[in-house]
Design a protein around this ligand. Structure first.
Ligand code: NAD
Ligand code: UDP
Length: 316
């Protein structure tokens, strides 16, 4: 296949590109590097089946060659990333997604939208099933991301219904692994960086908020299975192992080994940073299991070991 990935130089985009190339496909990565970087895909640059195009997909998106799939990953993804770039986040979810959908339509390509568990907001239903409509503030600080992603899902469904475009929507839950941006403020890079540097591990608030962490290779497997399926309705892909941030801090410290001298501390970040912070998050993956035959394979302990090794290699 010829696959165009918007946001291809991001954390997930780089792993997706790597996997597609390994499977014998051609990859065109389009990125404006607002939160990603050329370094994420530098190891793919010499591959003749890999092409990197610098472009802001808000302004437009075209490609001269044939395409079998367009995978739309472009968007700031961390709370810090979208709080720093609120308008860009709304525009990439709206104009950018429209441009990506139009490209898929013109090329007769299948389309996959990278959506998020944030469409559920601070959920009142637990665990989250795809049928849950969510609890999202449309004016809060996170709204720029949540509402852009909800709009992107709605637009994707409109293209499916109006144009018969073969569209897929994946709702990604917290994913981690090598090549996460060290400084994007998410809990995995924060805790791992702090553990690697023997600094205090900063748990926000009382540490009772929960998340469920998926290793990036499991996510990529789920993304590709969904792309090749016939399922137009959203599918959650995430690891259902839920833990509090206090438990997660303990897991990171344990994985960092006996040489790590860090300790967990409870801190109060800025009000903006934790406004509307979802208190519980765990995917119900009944649909992913039934439709895709997908289940996560990588235990947290193994994934953390890989992630810590990567952070050690870039920090030292
Ligand atoms: P990332 O920031 O590493 O990757 C996003 C990429 O999109 C970056 O390379 C960025 O430069 C690029 N981009 C942003 N705006 C663009 C624009 N206007 N034009 C071209 N490129 C643009 O983040 P990630 O974690 O790899 O996330 C990838 C996708 O998956 C995002 O859409 C995100 O919302 C979604 N997602 C990620 C997670 C997660 O836990 N990592 C969870 C849910 C959803
Ligand atoms: N968090 C934390 N310490 C940090 C960074 C984040 O305790 O140094 C918490 C944050 O308040 C939230 C959870 O970790 O409850 C996950 O936050 P993250 O920014 O990774 O992403 P989110 O899942 O909110 O999009």
């Amino acid at each position: 296949m010829n696959v165009l990935i918007t946001g291809g130089a991001g954390f997930i985009g780089s792993h997706l590109s790597e996997r597609l190339l390994k499977d014998g496909h051609r990859v065109v990565a389009v990125d404006n590097f607002i939160t990603g970087s050329r370094a994420n895909v530098a190891h793919l640059a010499a591959n003749p089946d890999f092409e990197l195009i610098e472009r802001d997909i808000i302004a437009g998106l075209d490609y001269a060659g044939p395409l079998d799939a367009v995978m739309n990953l472009a968007s700031p993804a961390s709370p810090v990333g979208y709080l720093d770039n609120p308008i860009e986040t709304m525009l990439v979810g709206s104009h950018g997604t429209r441009n990506a959908l139009e490209l898929a339509r013109v090329k007769g390509a299948r389309f996959l939208q990278a959506s998020t568990s944030e469409v559920y907001g601070d959920p009142l239903e637990h665990p989250q099933k795809e049928s849950y409509w969510g609890n999202v503030s449309c004016t809060g600080v996170r709204s720029v991301y949540d509402e852009a992603k909800r709009f992107a899902e709605a637009l994707t469904m409109a293209y499916h219904r109006r144009h018969g475009l073969p569209t897929r929507i994946i709702r990604i839950f917290n994913t981690y692994g090598p090549r996460m941006d060290l400084n994007d403020g998410r809990v995995v890079p924060n805790f791992v960086k702090q553990a690697v540097k023997n600094e205090p591990v900063t748990i926000y608030g009382d540490g009772t908020a929960t998340r469920s962490f998926t290793y990036v290779s499991d996510l990529v497997e789920g993304m590709l299975r969904l792309l090749m399926s016939d399922e137009p309705m959203p599918v959650n892909v995430g690891n259902p192992r839920e833990m509090t941030m206090t438990e997660f801090a303990e897991a990171v410290l344990k994985a960092a080994g006996p040489e790590c001298r860090s300790q967990a501390v409870y801190v109060q970040p800025s009000k903006e940073r934790i406004a509307d912070d979802p208190q519980r998050r765990r995917p119900d993956i009944t649909r992913a299991r039934a439709i895709l035959g997908w289940d996560p394979k990588v235990p947290l302990e193994d994934g953390l070991r890989e992630t810590i090794a990567y952070f050690r290699s870039v920090i030292h």
